[in-house]
Ligand binder design. Structure first.
Ligand code: T5A
Length: 209
């Protein structure tokens, strides 16, 4: 194992894009490439405190609705905890990290979806500085198809209940940011699972080997 080569790899996409299903595959491929299992994280969440913030973001609060700015700040508070207490220490010890969502989610959902891009960029600059994933796989899906898949799995949470236009703006932002950043690879997640996984494996082998 080459300790200096530890990388931070992230899976991104709208609800129902297939991130959960892809994680096991990506974990296997990283284990083959790195000779070690990656540390797996999810956002929001991934530390005891960040998981509490996740609950605040995901649950509905009918008597005290979470305003968009507070949502944004909670997401970055959770991310700051995760980076400080899990991601940076792991990378510093030569361990690879596999993230289920990271900063690109905030740029897409809060920046694009909520229309708060200047605020998101400002908080991102202050909290993360130049910390960023080495590689991001963005699983691209039409929000109607993704939400239909997610709905089959169970009740939709506070964010999943947003209007379709919110997810369309988030998707447009994901695609715009991916087009401008070679470290973000777009995977067509509307295909059947076997084809999605084939594309993911190819992308990982191309960019990590
Ligand atoms: N959020 C998060 C923000 O707004 N800003 C942020 O900065 C961050 C970090 C997180 C929520 O927080 C928001 C985004 C989210 O709304 P979550 O529960 O972690 O909440 O939500 P998701 O990450 O979106 O998880 P989902 O489970 O909804 O999506 P997945 O993981 O992409 O979907 P998955 O793999 O569970 O698949 C859903 C269903 O589809 C099937 C699967 O079998 C499953 O049943 N499926 C397919 N079916 C057919 N063909 C395929 N190719 C399929 N792929 C999967």
């Amino acid at each position: 194992m080459n300790q200096t080569a530890a990388k931070f790899v992230v899976i991104e996409g709208l609800e129902g894009a297939g991130k959960t299903s892809a994680i096991a595959l990506v974990k296997d491929v990283i284990t083959q490439i790195a000779g070690q299992e990656p540390v797996c994280t999810r956002e929001p969440g991934g530390t005891p405190l960040a998981e509490k913030m996740r609950e605040l973001v995901k649950e509905a609060h009918p008597n005290d609705p979470l305003c968009d700015e507070a949502e944004c700040l909670l997401l970055y508070a959770a991310r700051a905890q995760l980076i400080a207490n899990v991601i940076r220490p792991a990378l510093a010890q030569g361990q690879w990290v596999l993230g289920d969502r990271h900063n690109l989610s905030s740029l897409a959902y809060q920046g694009g979806g909520r229309g708060l891009m200047p605020l998101v960029k400002a908080i991102s600059d202050v909290t993360l500085g130049d910390f960023r994933p080495d590689l991001t796989l963005y699983l691209d899906i039409d929000p109607e198809l993704g939400l239909a898949r997610a709905a089959k799995r169970g009740a939709l949470d506070r964010i999943e209940q947003q209007a379709i236009a919110f997810f369309q703006r988030a998707r447009a932002t994901y695609l715009e940011l991916a087009a401008a950043d070679p470290s973000i690879i777009v995977i067509d997640a509307s295909q059947e699972i076997a084809s999605v996984h084939k594309d993911i494996r190819r992308a990982l082998e191309q960019h990590l080997c």
